[in-house]
Design a protein. Structure first.
Length: 193
């Protein structure tokens, strides 16, 4: 198998879009996270961004003492991502002719949600100054970098899990990358303990 530069999709976005055209719209949109998976460069990185945007938006608008909404929202997004990946990931592999297609980025959403679960997010409405913004942006950025690093490096058991066929194989390596990132966030991150 020829090696490809880091960040380059396994299949050209136009070809992937054409091969997935037979899937119903909701499946295609879910698996590619609204088309983010068709990015020409680093589709997994683009697919990791929706949970980050969700957290940043909620931190900015939630009223005092409603930080739990962030956790519930991340759990709901995680449930959707896991369900979509397991249910329809195999169909994408079949249509695209390979395992863990790079345009399927719903697994990145799941891993990124896990990376940010359980953190104590500072709400803008509870702050007396602008430190909430700096703390939140730093925490989201750190979780993002950690998750992407673990997703690319694939420490054990990530690489072995990726070999499981179908949607479970697509999903599980990202779940473990998210768990690794979450553990680090809870130990050393700006919102830890």
């Amino acid at each position: 198998m020829a090696s490809r530069p880091l960040g380059e999709p396994k299949i050209a976005p136009a070809e992937a879009r054409a091969r997935l055209a037979a899937l119903p719209w909701v499946k295609r949109a879910s698996l590619t996270v609204g088309g983010l998976g068709f990015a020409r460069f680093a589709p997994g990185t683009w697919g990791s961004l929706p949970p980050c945007a969700l957290v940043l938006g909620l931190v900015a608008v939630l009223p005092p003492e409603t930080g739990w909404v962030i956790q519930v929202s991340l759990l709901a997004m995680l449930a959707w991502a896991c369900t979509a990946c397991v249910a329809w990931g195999g169909a994408a592999e079949e249509a695209l002719g390979g395992s863990d297609p790079s345009c399927v980025v719903v697994d990145e959403v799941a891993g990124m949600c896990i990376a940010m679960l359980g953190l104590r997010w500072p709400l803008r409405t509870e702050a007396t100054d602008h430190r909430w913004l700096l703390t939140t942006v730093l925490a989201v950025a750190l979780a993002f970098v950690l998750f992407r690093a673990f997703d690319v490096l694939k420490p054990p058991p990530c690489n072995a899990l990726q070999r499981i066929p179908g949607g479970k194989g697509i999903l599980l390596d990202d779940v473990f990358a998210g768990i690794y990132a979450c553990v680090i966030m809870h130990v050393i991150g700006p919102l830890a303990g």
